[in-house]
Ligand binder design. Structure first.
Ligand code: MF3
Ligand code: CO
Ligand code: CO
Length: 269
């Protein structure tokens, strides 16, 4: 399969799926407090998706090649967990940082988005990492328009992150998205400007940089999913699903509770 170009009606379906994914995060936000377990957040999200939205949680039983079926409805990645953390019965505590990653399927179309949450009072270092990763995602998004290349996106993110002494995870990347959860292209969060695939209007993909406070090296846990930093340093991630428009981009995973874009973002689409 090559990169799919979405038509008008398909884009409308992606807009709906994207907004609904973001609204799951809006719904979860007031529950992210010291004492809540990630299992409780998973159940809240599952029931909201299935019973309120009429969406399907895409992670549940997701089993790409070589993986055991993912056992839960959302990913909850706490502190030094980079991504794909599996909800469990441990309570979040004051000062933790957690990424909640939501992917819904609505009418056969996927919307994929994640945000960082600081539980209670976070340290200056934790808040700085979360904010810098948010800006890194937007540095990538801001590049998106027809004629630009994927390497331009990766380069913008990598340069911004490394200039501040943080590191970008290389093993996981953004991805095309549509009727399939993960489709072409791979959207690397590092790379050389002017390289790789040229963007065309109608492409939809995620940008979801993972940034470590320490070294970029990763370790996979024996559960078959959870990825952590090898040096145990904190890690953060934010994710949006974006559409390439004729003139630039449209972020598909926005909702009433989305944090505002950084100040350097002046236009959308
Ligand atoms: N939502 C993740 C992404 O951004 C993928 C999670 S796969 C799962 O691509 F099976 F762990 F849910
Ligand atoms: Co994704
Ligand atoms: Co995701």
């Amino acid at each position: 399969m090559s990169i799919t170009i979405k038509t008008g009606a398909e884009i409308d379906a992606m807009r709906l799926a994207g907004r609904l994914a973001s609204e799951v995060l809006d719904y979860l936000t007031p529950f992210v407090k010291p004492g809540v377990t990630t299992d409780q957040l998973d159940k809240l999200a599952h029931d909201y998706m299935v019973e309120v939205q009429g969406t399907i949680p895409a992670p549940l039983n997701y089993a790409p090649g070589g993986h055991s079926p993912y056992p839960k409805s959302i990913c909850t990645s706490v502190n030094h967990t980079i991504c794909h953390g599996i909800p469990n019965d441990r309570a979040l505590k004051n000062g933790d940082i957690v990424n909640l990653d939501i992917t819904v399927i609505k009418d056969g179309w996927h919307g994929d988005t994640s945000r960082m949450f600081v539980v209670g009072e976070g340290s200056i270092a934790a808040k700085r990492l979360c904010n810098l990763t948010y800006e890194a995602m937007w540095r990538g998004i801001a590049k998106v328009k027809p004629g630009v290349r994927l390497g331009d996106i990766g380069n913008a993110i990598q340069t911004f992150v490394e200039n501040q002494g943080f590191s970008v995870v290389r093993e996981y990347c953004g991805h095309g998205i549509g009727q399939r959860f993960h489709e072409e292209p791979q959207v690397l969060h590092y790379g050389r400007a002017g390289t790789l695939e040229e963007l065309k209007a109608g492409m939809t993909f995620t940008i979801e940089p993972m940034v470590n406070a320490g070294k970029r090296d990763i370790k996979a846990l024996p559960d078959g999913w959870t990825i952590v930093t090898k040096d145990h340093s904190l890690s953060a991630q934010w994710e949006h699903t974006v559409l390439v428009t004729e003139t630039g981009y449209e972020v598909l995973t926005l909702s009433a509770g989305s944090p505002p874009p950084p100040a350097f973002i002046t236009t959308q689409a």
